[in-house]
Design a binder for this molecule. Structure first.
Ligand code: HDE
Length: 704
């Protein structure tokens, strides 16, 4: 007869450092003792055995009365909520916004009234097209969604890292998103715009051309969330206590400057570390290097807006910063990771319609559509109307209303009165003074479905963006367009895109056509408005022209082996820390290497797990003894060859020369290679690192 289940028996075992009990079937049990809390069901019932289901006899069948098993599996089965339709992959952090000076002249919003006022914040960065489990370095727009818990309710500035958008009217949003996401029959490609559907839609939607220039630029491949800008995109309004309105555009400027990676690098990062961006944010915040952005605003009135040919309500246009310099109004600091990713980052519900009194909408048709969508989407994702009861979405100021009941209601009214007006003197009342009062703009006109003519210039700012880039950045745009279109199987779509490029810049169109091997040059696309050739270049649109010129916040990869010069390594580590940067040690074995003085160098990565694409620059510090270990490793050769191809600065000791030769770069030593003969050479190396990349090398490593 089979023995009956008795649960964990009292046969203690020790597995390395863990004391456990062994059950009759050999399974291991961890038993509560001393202060350890007792495992319970969600109902609070103490659990007897968490390793075995309840069965008849030792070998089954299982019993349906096993409420612990059923509750555990039932809960597991429902762990996921629907991922966001767009921006599914994201990463968030807490922090605060600090106001510089009172903006009372422009807005009555409480958070802008007092210098030094701090408002709690939660920010979620994201990619748009990929699913929740996709990789970080997709060529894509990044979401930059900020929730500010103000004293007058939550203000959500749900922006992107690109200041314009693909479409002008919200009714086209499902189309552009369907087109960019994986094709519905094959279910691929994941997190890529390089496929027919996307380019088919884009080439039939000329209003997208300005945004396309941005998405094909290095802006779509940020090195870190910490090194990218954020934009509110739409024109909003500030409204002051006298009910005067000023148009406003919001910009977040990273304190550490802008930086992106190359496409070839991005592709390799996605394989080596699909969590590259989240790991970067996590590491920076956990180590106390809190990322910071300045909030800058462009303020203008209707008279100023009327000076432009384009419409300030058109979200495919920007106001060049040279024409309207932004004013710094505060700073955002991220200083704390969520305790729990799901509870906070996954459940956070951003909504464009969350604005405090003093901030108001414009008639931008995209913004108007978004104001419907974001509330609607939360109902589906979070399962009911009570999503503001979830702590991450709850206001941090006093609030009171008569909303009640519904799924998962956590805060329930007490007392009799749940309506107003009431004559019992209970409950909240409306406030004409404090309440949100919509700016009383005068609107009239016939009800029509119409795109205003003022939205019809689709190419001028696309051209302006392209012309404002450095030559290298322009090459990247041409290469990105060529790569993307090379994945498009329908030749006519490729040609159609070139016909649009002809309206942007003929040189760009010719370059892309030639790299695609296009046999016949198409005619320029029919344009609703001719492209303006006279728009001034804007340096603010380039990444390279807005780099940091210092290595702060960046990361050096230091390759070591047995025999690495201990003094040189220590001096380099100290100098990197002094520059406000970080480093990782890469060695042939993760157990580390023995330095020249016999000390152990602890490794962060084994060479196979730490390719140079994960670093902003590299230092090759092998010892004479250990270099042979590396020469036989293709990963070590790739480490050097990729650092070279990606225009990175490379510090090296003499012992590394055979590796440089093996990687095929020893005949191409340029000023990006810095010999590290001893600690005296380190200052010069660090100074060079501040340039981030040796762009002058690029034409020799990527001819097209
Ligand atoms: Fe969004 N967008 N969007 N979007 N969006 C969402 O809301 C939508 C647009 C942006 O980290 C969704 O909660 C429509 C522009 C960010 O949680 C959804 C239109 C900009 C995030 C939605 C737009 C954005 C979203 C999906 C066209 C830049 C992520 C889940 C009118 C200014 C927020 C959700 C986060 C998320 C709708 C266009 C930024 C479906 C209908 C333009 C950063 O409601």
């Amino acid at each position: 007869m089979a023995k009956s289940s008795t649960g964990p028996s009292a046969k203690p075992v020790t597995i390395h450092d863990q004391k456990l009990l062994r059950g009759e079937g050999g399974e291991l049990h961890q038993i509560a003792d001393g202060d350890t809390p007792v495992l319970t069901t969600a109902q609070g019932g103490p659990v007897f055995d968490d390793q075995n289901t309840l069965k008849v006899g030792a070998r089954g069948p299982a019993l349906i009365e096993d409420f612990h098993f059923r509750e555990k599996i039932f809960h597991f089965d429902h762990e996921r909520i629907p991922e966001r339709v767009v921006h599914a992959r994201g990463y968030g952090a807490h922090g605060f916004f600090e106001t510089y000076d009172s903006l009372a002249k422009y807005t009555r919003a409480d958070l802008f009234q007092r210098a030094g006022e701090r408002t709690p914040a939660f920010v979620r960065f994201s990619t748009v097209a990929g699913s929740k489990g996709s990789f970080d370095l997709a060529r894509d727009v990044r979401g930059f969604a900020v929730k500010l818990y103000t004293q007058e309710g939550n203000w959500d500035l749900v922006g992107n890292n690109i200041p314009v958008f693909f479409i002008q009217d919200a009714i086209k949003f499902p189309d552009v998103i369907h087109a960019v996401k994986e094709e519905p029959d094959s279910a691929f490609p994941q997190a890529q715009s390089a496929h027919d559907n996307f380019w088919d839609f884009i080439t039939l939607t000329p209003e997208s051309m300005h945004m396309i220039m941005w998405v094909m630029s290095d802006r779509a491949l940020p090195r870190s969330f910490r090194f990218m800008e954020g934009f509110g995109v739409h024109t909003f309004r500030f409204v002051n206590a006298r009910n005067e309105s000023t148009f406003v555009k919001f910009h977040w400027k990273p304190k550490l400057g802008l930086q992106s990676v190359l496409w070839n690098e991005a592709v390799k990062i996605n394989g080596a570390d699909p969590d590259f961006h989240r790991r970067d944010l996590w590491a920076a915040i956990q180590s106390g290097n809190f990322p910071e952005w300045e909030l800058q605003v462009q303020l203008f009135n209707q008279e100023f807006a009327d000076r432009f040919d384009f419409d300030v309500l058109d979200p495919t246009k920007l106001i060049p910063e040279e024409l309207l310099p932004p004013i710094a109004v505060g700073r955002l600091v991220l200083d704390r990771m969520p305790d729990n990713f799901f509870a906070e980052t996954e459940q956070v519900a951003f909504m464009t319609q969350n604005v405090p009194p003093g901030i108001d909408f414009s008639n931008d048709p995209l913004l108007q559509g978004r104001n419907f969508s974001y509330l609607d989407t939360q109902l589906k994702r979070l399962g009911g109307p009570n999503f503001t009861h979830i702590p991450i979405n709850a206001p941090k100021c006093p609030f009171a209303h008569f909303q009640q009941d519904g799924h998962m209601a956590m805060r329930n009214p007490v007392g009799r009165v749940n309506y107003q007006p009431n004559s019992f003197g209970e409950g909240p009342r409306e406030s004409p003074d404090k309440g949100f009062k919509t700016f009383a703009d005068i609107e009239n006109g016939a009800k029509r479905r119409l795109r205003p003519e003022s939205f019809s210039d689709h190419y001028s700012q696309a051209r302006q963006f392209f012309m404002s880039q450095t030559k290298g950045e322009q090459r990247h745009i041409a290469a990105a367009l060529t790569f993307e279109l090379s994945k498009v199987k329908t030749p006519v779509i490729r040609e159609r895109m070139v016909s649009h490029l002809l309206n942007i810049d003929e040189g760009l169109a010719n370059r892309v056509a030639s790299m695609l091997g296009l046999k016949n040059m198409p005619k320029p696309a029919d344009a609703a408005q001719p492209t303006r050739q006279d728009l001034a270049e804007s340096a603010a649109l380039s990444i390279v022209m807005n780099g940091p010129e210092r290595f702060e916040g960046r990361k050096l990869g230091i390759l070591v082996t047995d025999g690495t010069d201990a003094k040189l390594l220590a001096a380099l580590q100290a100098a990197i820390a002094k520059a406000g940067a970080t480093f990782e040690i890469i060695a042939p074995k993760v157990g580390g290497a023995d330095a020249s003085d016999g000390s152990l160098i602890e490794a962060d990565q084994m060479i196979d797990g730490g390719p140079s694409v994960l670093y902003d620059a590299v230092a090759l510090l092998p010892g004479d003894k250990g270099i042979d270990d590396l020469l036989a490793e293709s990963t070590a050769r790739d480490f050097v060859a990729d650092a070279f191809a990606h225009c990175k600065f490379i510090g090296y000791v003499d012992a590394a020369v055979p590796l440089l030769a093996k990687a095929g770069v020893y005949d191409s030593l340029d000023e990006g290679f810095i010999p590290l003969g001893g600690p005296k050479d380190i200052d010069g190396f660090i100074a060079q690192l501040g340039k981030l990349r040796l762009w002058s090398r690029e034409p020799s490593v990527k001819a097209r």
